[in-house]
Design a binder for this molecule. Sequence first.
Ligand code: PEP
Length: 248
Amino acid sequence: MRRPLIAGNWKMNKTVTESIEFAKGFIEAVKDVTDRDIMIAPPFTSIYPMAEVLKGSNVYLGAQNMYFEEKGAFTGEVSPIMLKDAGCKFVILGHSERRYIFGETDELINKKVLSAVSHELIPVLCVGELLEERELGKTFEVVERQLSEGLKGVPESAEFVIAYEPVWAIGTGKTATPQLAEEIHSFLREKLTELYGKSKADSVRILYGGSVKPENVEGLMAMKNIDGALVGGASLKVDSFEKIVKFG
Ligand code: PEP
């Protein structure tokens, strides 16, 4: 019912030259994939040059962040209008590295989510608990707060994606077990049902992120409420990202 979405988050990796080289090889590798969506979020500098290479392909582009204003005196920031114009369809918002390295709050992330949907960019809202929050039994409370605060004011008609990324599993090689991830995904879908009703909640894709690799993607994707993956490290090489995209 929900079309899977496999998304790569390159973080601060790859020059323009490296990005273009990847894009050329990757298009060829995934050209026959038609039953799922594929997205790559490169660094800002690579978005436009990659859009030129990916034109007409089945690979969408996303950004890893944006500011909520359209333009103006916001040194160092990039706007939703700029991202759309450069070729983005998606924008990752509230990634844990934005929250915990750059101090982004739920309130700021909510402004960005609202701005993204009003500019017809699809936000991928990331939620996830820190290791200490999990150990204190606060996982449900944390992800519920991040979800409801992040989506405040977002209308049912807006398309958005949620990514559950337990912070202790990002870049650490520690993946949540499929059962543990599914427990949170089904909880998030229940919360979406409370916020938007069942039909909308059933249509929202909830991705899992945190050390997804070719070896663990099958188990995760077999879960009822896991609708895709947000992949960091393993999206940087054509062969590993291709294997993840082609799960199943
Ligand atoms: C991420 O950056 O969103 C991520 C999940 O990273 P990794 O796959 O490297 O854990």
